[in-house]
Ligand binder design. Structure first.
Ligand code: SF4
Ligand code: SF4
Length: 367
């Protein structure tokens, strides 16, 4: 298997594996099987683990798997999840949240939290309540004491993500990204296509990493009979789609056992053709046409220009990212190297007039 790839968290500099370990609402495969799976994930270079399983017994498996190797993992622990009857429950209120966090830390066997999450916030009133009832102050206090290394948020709703980003204390956003939600299909398809794209760009501009949940739209996208597009996508296509979004550092599919894990790890050995998700063009609403989504389906450019990256940096500059201009200037081949051959225009499934765009980018940067 090819080596794991890593991306740097802007605030903190941790190198995070592009594939993370999500749990979600999976059935429990048994303690030993779960411990083996988590250990195999760590051995394979996965270092971002999310701890919101459906079944509390998964937490015990994490505890055993992490024994003696806690430093191999970055843990996402959620301030608002608990297991009073053995299965997941969303809880509210400072006392309940504090006890649940302490219990989960004990189960997992850790005295610190890499990512302390404001958990599953999709209602603006709940955010205001968590401010007024002290839950967020508690999380910030733990961060100031060094027990929580980074403050994070999980949400499916762009307006809520923006509201919390405005506070300026986030280092990581866990957000649901897949072509279905981005194109207004499915249970968590909150926000318009543009609003969602602007959120990803804002995260990159603000230096807030994104960890992606639900990359397969709860499995629906992998099954043609369940896909809202009437056509299925592959694991590799969905992973690459999410990883191409600005700001994304890691994608965390729900993993319930070794088969799932081997399936997502095979992404590392996949070819560019197997990752090519340009077929989503046929799913997208007409108004999405003409906008570069950085998919690089137009590769190879005969001049060797990384068309997706040039476009991504340009969009970030337009969004006010001060560093993106530097990143652009450091590219060995820039828009000024474009000879206007038109190859990218001919093959772009999103009908981007890339020749015109390259000229616009060259004029902006002078090269
Ligand atoms: S120009 Fe088209 S094919 Fe090329 S990266 Fe942009 S969206 Fe993809
Ligand atoms: S038009 Fe420019 S960017 Fe597009 S393929 Fe040709 S040289 Fe590359």
């Amino acid at each position: 298997m090819a080596d794991m790839e890593y991306r740097r968290l802007p605030h903190g500099g941790e190198e995070i594996s592009v594939i993370g370990f999500g749990t979600g609402f999976n059935e429990f495969p048994g303690h030993e099987a779960m411990v083996r799976t988590i250990r195999f994930a760590l051995d394979s270079g996965i270092n971002l683990l999310d701890l919101t399983p459906w079944d509390a017994r998964v937490l015990g498996a994490f505890g055993e798997a992490l024994r003696g190797r806690r430093e191999d993992a970055y843990l996402q622990i959620h301030f608002g999840s608990d297991y009073p009857s053995g299965t997941y429950e969303r809880i509210h209120g400072l006392d309940r949240v504090r006890k649940a966090v302490e219990r989960q830390m004990a189960q997992v066997g850790t005295d610190y939290i890499d990512f302390g999450f404001i958990h599953c916030l999709d209602d603006p009133q709940v955010f205001e309540d968590e401010f007024s009832n002290g839950t967020i102050d508690y999380l910030l206090k733990l961060r100031d004491e060094g027990i929580v290394r980074h403050v994070a948020l999980s949400t499916h709703t762009p307006s809520i993500a923006n509201r919390v980003l405005d506070e300026g204390f986030l280092d990581l956003l866990m957000f649901s990204i897949n072509p279905a939600y981005d194109y207004q299909h499915g249970q968590y398809a909150f926000g318009g296509t543009d609003e969602r794209a602007e959120l990803y760009t804002r995260c990159m501009t603000d230096g807030v990493g994104i960890s992606v949940m639900k990359p397969f739209s709860k499995g629906q996208l992998l099954d043609p009979s369940l896909s809202p597009f009437g056509k299925g996508l592959t694991v590799n296509q969905c992973l690459q789609y999410a990883l191409d979004k600005p700001g994304v550092v890691s994608v965390l599919p729900g993993i319930k056992g070794m088969d799932d894990l081997r399936g997502v790890l095979s992404f590392l050995d996949s070819t560019p053709e197997e990752r090519d998700y340009s077929v989503v063009r046929t799913f997208s609403p007409p108004d999405v046409s003409g906008r570069c989504v950085y998919c690089n389906h137009c590769q190879p450019c005969p001049r060797g220009i990384n068309v997706g990256l040039v476009n991504k940096y340009y969009d970030l500059v337009l969004a006010g990212d001060a560093l993106a201009a530097d990143h652009y200037m450091n590219l060995s081949l820039k828009a000024g190297d474009c000879v206007g051959c038109g190859h990218c225009n001919d093959v772009c499934p999103f009908h981007v007039d890339q020749v015109r765009r390259m000229a616009e980018i060259r004029d902006r940067f002078g090269q």
